[in-house]
Design a protein around this ligand. Structure first.
Ligand SMILES: O=C(O)CCC(=O)C(=O)O
Ligand SMILES: [Fe+2]
Length: 234
């Protein structure tokens, strides 16, 4: 999969610019700094994004150099997601199908990132400090490294392990778990070595307008840890 992402970014600008857009209704959204106009600072990173579930784009709309692997990889991540949400449900002492029944495992956004080699890495960030806003993120990173999480006010490296995936809890899962699970703050430092590539698959809500309301799961709200419900319509 990482080779497929490298193949996408290695293409000629003339080929890539066909996908260049900030319009989220397009099947592939390729740009530098998808949050350029809302973020306080820019990232040293380019990204292409597609929404692969529940309604994937027609295969011919995906970049030819990585479409087969992108489709296959996304299917495997969906299968993994079903198991992860069962395990997380059990960890929360809920019925194993609980989070699946809430559709936490139904919508997937695929992001292929490229962090170019940076001549002055101490002057910028690959990705500035943030939390992911969905339920969970399944992350595949190459061997270069740079991902860090904030733990006890200290930045801790998440070193790349060949064949391993990193799973992050996101804001929505923190909210519905009534803060039992924490959405981890993380960032990516820039590097003189590169390009670094990674794939972040976000289990989130579908982009389609929905009347579904998510709030803290009632079984997880007791008298001791009661909080003002923060229901979110998505
Ligand atoms: O590239 C990485 O290692 C992290 C990417 C990330 O945090 C994100 O896409 O939200
Ligand atoms: Fe992230």
């Amino acid at each position: 999969m990482l080779q497929g992402v490298r193949r996408f970014f290695d293409q000629d600008v003339e080929v890539k610019k066909r996908f260049y857009t900030r319009d989220h209704t397009k099947p592939v959204i390729y740009n530098s700094n998808f949050d350029l106009f809302t973020s306080p600072s820019a990232n040293w990173r380019d990204t292409f994004i597609s929404f692969m579930a529940p309604s994937p784009p027609p295969p011919e709309e995906l970049p030819e150099v990585c479409r087969d692997i992108q489709i296959e990889y996304s299917k495997e991540v969906m299968k993994l997601g079903r198991v992860l949400f069962q395990l997380i449900s059990e960890a929360l002492k809920l019925n194993p199908n609980y989070l699946g029944d809430l559709d936490c495992d139904k919508a997937l956004a695929f992001a292929g990132h490229c962090y170019p080699a940076c001549p002055q890495p101490d002057l910028t960030m690959g990705a500035t400090k943030h939390t992911d806003d969905g339920f969970i993120t399944v992350l595949l990173q190459d061997e270069i490294g740079g991902l860090q999480i904030l733990h006890d006010q200290q930045w801790v490296d998440v070193p790349p392990t060949p064949g391993a995936l990193v799973v992050n809890i996101g804001d929505l899962l923190q909210m519905i778990s009534n803060d039992k699970l924490k959405s981890v703050e993380h960032r990516v430092v820039a590097n003189e070595k590169g390009p670094r590539v990674s794939v972040a698959c976000f289990f989130s809500t579908s982009l389609a307008p929905s009347t579904k309301v998510y709030g803290p799961i009632k079984e997880l709200v007791s008298n001791e840890n009661h909080r003002v419900p923060r229901n979110h319509r998505l």
